[in-house]
Design a protein. Sequence first.
Length: 104
Amino acid sequence: MYAIIENGAHQYRVEPGTRLDLQLQDVAEDATSLTLDRVLLVSDGGDVKVGAPYVEGAKVTASIDSELKGDKITVVKFRRRKNYRRKQGHRQGYLRVRVESIDA
């Protein structure tokens, strides 16, 4: 059984036991699980349910493992001969989760 979920501007194919890094979200400090209800497709063997845009009643339950930051990227703006230079760094925040179950 697998599902395709939407989180932010990204889509992920998940199965029970899958580990993924989602965009950082506001969750309670003591929260241990996360329910994702934006399910685009659910497949259970030969039975496939496609949503328009989401499958009704379908949800994916995931346990929260940790919060982490991605690799650092450097953004540089430069204009030649104009004495214009800007340098800025960025590290994207992620929420690492493990998919527990898919309910269709």
